[in-house]
Write a protein that binds this ligand. Structure first.
Ligand code: ADP
Length: 522
């Protein structure tokens, strides 16, 4: 039987029958019910009781046929399934399901890199392929293609892209670089999107739309299907690159930084995503908080200034990378330097141009040249104790006015709850992701509760100011979805209508992004 909780509205006896059927379909080793086994599916950074999102079991299929068998059983016994690819969606819930007692459908065994096309610059992968796996594969075959890693390289290409994750190269908008999916629907039907809808397509990974409506987008951040294959465009390795870091001395420089950066990003003088980070975020990558401040409450400005001076960084720090032949890169940098010279006390630190066959040393920088890493987890040591974080992630238009409004709101509320502003902006041409991490010691219930309350407050108050989340932790999915309220929540009505049509039993990831959860939640 099972040591965990039960799926909602399912009796112990019925769940036992379903588990036996799952075991018959997958083999006993791939049906996890022990408490030790299920501990791996708890949210490691839960801003509260991780048990509120505990799975009742986990299933580890090896193929599309296995998934179809699982779906038959789940439909028969009304068992909710929460799909993950590698389950490393840390700070947003990890592998844990939204609705307690759901069964996690863990696709890590489906980990084939099915194709890398050097001529057309794409890869076709299964859900269990991590960024590290794909990177190793590209290295081993001496590929002339780069991938775009997100902050932590151990997660999957499929999971990160479906969550609309991002990185920092010119291919940093993962959802925009995705082309073609294979999806298993709740009724077991297997669909290929775009050009893949042709049996012998030669264009599945090169043209997104296909013929008729395009569907890839509806399988992102949704619970409408189980994605089993995905095409990703890869970046042709450039001749060389130059990593650049501007340091800005004054807290009040933020609007000028954003307004100077935007046109350069829009006209692609700056090709990569641009990361504009607060001093605290930079410092947390290389030091711990107690080195700089031991007093109560958030770090005061004086301590932040002293820290920035000692570390040789700015109050704001802007990272980007230029790519191409040396003379072209030099010309781009001249234009950029000229633009930023209008901001007093701005300083540029640029590495020398390097051919793309050599790689720079060091965490964050490496991701801008296609090398995945794990440096992002350094922040867990910032506050001491057992570090965890939960992320607040509003979309911000790339204007100085909007950036300043969000920064002030987030920094002030964070301070109210005792948190430092650990934040920054990652800029594409027409939007920025503003990411703030509430870092807490998860062994400290007071800090944990404060992180939880802060996130809820920020989502509400940013929503009132017209800013919505691009992604959120399991605990806040309904709250974040509620901010999308045009025409009395017409978007949610559309999502619920699609959900009902595709998954009438509501078995796929109930509650994901606020969709289809009511059957299972009080
Ligand atoms: P990571 O790649 O970071 O390990 P996860 O595997 O945790 O990411 O996936 C992140 C989220 O994306 C999951 O919580 C789930 O909602 C969704 N997801 C992941 N993989 C799939 C998939 N193959 N099909 C449908 N949804 C998925």
């Amino acid at each position: 039987m099972c040591n965990g909780s039960l799926p909602p509205n399912v009796t112990n006896a019925t769940f036992g029958v379903a588990l036996d059927a799952f075991r018959k379909a997958l083999g006993g080793a791939f049906v996890v019910t022990s408490s030790d086994g299920l501990a791996a599916y708890l949210d490691p950074f839960a801003p509260g009781d991780a048990g509120q999102h505990a799975a009742s079991a986990a299933l580890i299929p090896a193929s599309v046929d296995d998934i179809r068998a699982v779906l038959r059983i789940a439909n028969q016994y009304h068992i909710p399934l929460w799909t993950v690819s590698t389950g490393r969606n840390f700070a947003y819930g990890g592998a844990a399901p939204r609705v307690a007692g759901s069964v996690v459908l863990d696709l890590k065994r489906m980990n084939q890199i099915l194709e890398v096309d050097e001529t057309l610059s794409y890869a076709l992968v299964e859900p269990g392929v991590s960024y590290f796996d794909l990177y190793q594969h590209l290295m081993a075959r001496q590929s002339a293609l780069w991938l775009d890693p997100p902050a932590a390289g151990w997660g999957s290409v499929v999971g990160n892209t479906l969550e609309r994750g991002f990185g920092t190269t010119p291919y940093g908008d993962h959802a925009a670089m995705q082309c073609g999916m294979e999806v298993v629907l709740a009724n077991g039907d297997v669909v290929r999107t775009g050009m893949g809808a042709m049996r012998d397509s030669r264009s599945w990974q090169v043209f997104k739309a296909g013929f008729g409506p395009s569907y890839d987008g509806i399988f992102m951040q949704s619970n409408f299907g189980i994605v089993t294959k995905m095409g990703m465009w890869l970046m042709p390795r450039p001749a060389g690159f130059r990593l650049c870091h501007f340091k800005f001395r004054h807290d009040g420089d933020l609007p000028a930084i954003i307004d100077t950066m935007r046109p350069l990003r829009l006209d692609e003088t700056i090709q990569s995503q641009v990361v504009v980070e607060h001093a605290v975020r930079w410092a947390a990558g290389v030091s711990t908080r107690s080195q700089w401040y031991k007093g109560p409450g958030p770090m005061p400005d004086t301590a932040i200034d002293a820290m920035a001076k000692t570390l040789g960084i700015g109050r704001w720090n802007m990272r980007f990378c230029l790519y191409g032949p040396e003379d072209l890169v030099a010309a781009r940098l001249r234009v950029i330097e000229r633009a930023f010279s209008a901001i007093a006390d701005a300083r540029l630190d640029a590495n020398a141009w390097m051919p793309a066959t050599t790689m720079p040393e060091g965490g964050g920088d490496q991701s801008q040249v296609g090398v995945p890493g794990m440096a992002a987890f350094q922040l867990l040591n910032w506050r001491g104790g057992t570090g965890a974080h939960v992320d607040f992630s509003p979309v911000c238009p790339p204007t100085g006015r909007d950036a300043l409004a969000q920064y002030h709101l987030v920094r002030t509320r964070a301070a109210d709850f005792g948190f430092d502003y650990y934040g920054g902006f990652t800029a594409g041409p027409r939007h920025m992701h503003h990411i703030f991490a509430a870092i807490f010691n998860k062994d400290d219930p007071v800090q944990t509760e404060a992180a939880h309350a802060l996130l809820a407050t920020l989502i509400e108050q940013c929503g009132q100011a017209g800013y919505g989340q691009y992604r959120t932790h399991l605990d806040y999915m309904d709250r974040a979805a509620a901010q999308y309220d045009f025409n009395d929540h017409a978007l949610m009505r559309l999502s619920e209508a699609i959900k009902l049509a595709l998954d009438p039993q509501g078995i796929l990831s109930p509650g994901k992004q606020g969709i289809g959860g009511t059957r299972f939640t009080p």
